[in-house]
Design a protein. Structure first.
Length: 365
């Protein structure tokens, strides 16, 4: 039995300690292994029913795919934190987090796996689906998928990512206009929102930053020295576009602030007369416990600094964030999304150990 898991289990520590006390032997520090052990301990007659029993015991965020010799079993947590979609390729079934993965192989999108649902795909092409939890809970899909993680050519939770991000930029332009000569986005995740900002404010959009696509995400790098080096490798400003101009730089979010400080320095070194920073999401004030690798709270710059203090640290002429209300206006709803990283209101309680408890403690929990 193999498992793929997108998310984070918030009660993995207590479940693991209980099973180790009962004799289970864990071979990894991965919370996904907890699910496999729960399935192995189940007395249910089929793998999907054993998986259902296991998933009723775990808490947090999970979109999972289980594979045995005869089946593929898909499931989402009851609140639907993480996306999971289903498609067809000729007579075969295809599953992925984002619809763009289906597009790339020529598969046809069928539907999303619903929160609290198990889908069983049989080797002969049949599909069974059922709810594995009876209690209905308020949906809490991750809003940060729209802000940053998902590709703009995907549909997430039934909405176009490109359309939502473009509206984020439009609303941001309405909330925080500024006199400037050009708008640039921090590629790639901010390109669409920067286009929306430019359209709303009437300021010309330019490709002022070039991204090296062979460098990964910078905010999840393990040390500040490595993050700084990654920023230098990842971005390069286009001097002839920026030099002598009042620049509005649009980015999707600020985590620690160290990457952005380095970016602002690069834009100024390229000759920008002014640098105005606009962020197409609210300030990140709380860490995510549901699968996004954000730092502990004290390392989040917005958790302990005002907008004015952050602007001074980043050395920008002005700084403005999209409001929480503006973000929800962009997705055209006020319910159904987890906003914990912006508000501190967590939909599911957690044990307080953090997403990487096994790695940090260096012990078998």
């Amino acid at each position: 039995l193999a498992i793929a898991h997108n998310g984070n289990l918030v009660n993995a520590g207590s479940l693991r300690r209980q099973m180790e006390h009962e004799g289970s032997i864990f071979n990894t520090t991965n919370d996904s292994e907890v699910i496999l052990h729960l399935i192995a301990k189940s007395r249910q007659e089929t793998v999907d029913r054993a998986a259902a029993e296991a998933l009723r015991q775990v808490q947090g965020a999970f979109s999972v795919a289980l594979i045995d010799p005869k089946h593929v079993i898909l499931a989402r947590d009851p609140r639907g934190f993480r996306p999971l979609c289903l498609g067809r390729l000729d007579d075969a079934w295809v599953a992925a987090s984002e619809t763009c993965a289906l597009d790339m192989i020529g598969a046809k999108y069928e539907r999303e796996v619903e929160p609290g649902e198990i889908v069983v795909l049989h080797a002969d092409g049949r599909m069974d689906a059922y709810k594995y939890v009876e209690e209905e809970v308020e949906p809490a899909s991750c809003i940060f998928e729209y802000v940053y993680f998902a590709r703009p050519d995907s549909y997430i939770y039934g909405r176009s990512v490109d359309e939502v991000r473009r509206r984020q930029g439009v609303v941001l332009g309405r909330e925080a206009p500024v006199d400037a000569d050009l708008v640039i986005g921090v590629p790639d995740s901010s390109n669409t929102s920067s286009l929306g900002y430019a359209a709303e404010t009437g300021i010309p959009w330019e490709l002022g930053l070039i991204r090296n696509h062979y460098v990964g995400r910078t905010f999840i790098r393990p040390s500040q020295e490595i993050r700084d080096y990654s920023v230098r490798k990842k971005y390069n400003p286009v001097r002839h576009i920026i030099e002598g101009k009042r620049v509005v730089m649009v980015d999707d979010s600020i985590v620690r602030g160290t990457t952005m400080r380095r970016l602002v320095k690069m834009i100024r070194q390229a000759g920008a007369k002014e640098v105005h920073l606009r962020i197409s999401s609210p300030p990140i004030t709380h860490p995510c416990h549901y699968g996004i690798d954000t730092p502990i709270r004290k390392d989040l710059i917005a958790s302990s600094h005002s907008v004015e203090e952050i602007a001074e640290y980043l050395r920008v002429d002005s700084l403005a964030y999209l409001s929480v209300e503006g973000l929800m206006e962009s997705v055209r709803t006020t319910k159904g999304f987890c906003q914990a990283c912006f508000t501190g209101k967590y939909p599911v309680e957690f044990e307080g150990e953090g997403k990487d408890v096994f790695e940090v403690t260096g012990r078998r929990a």
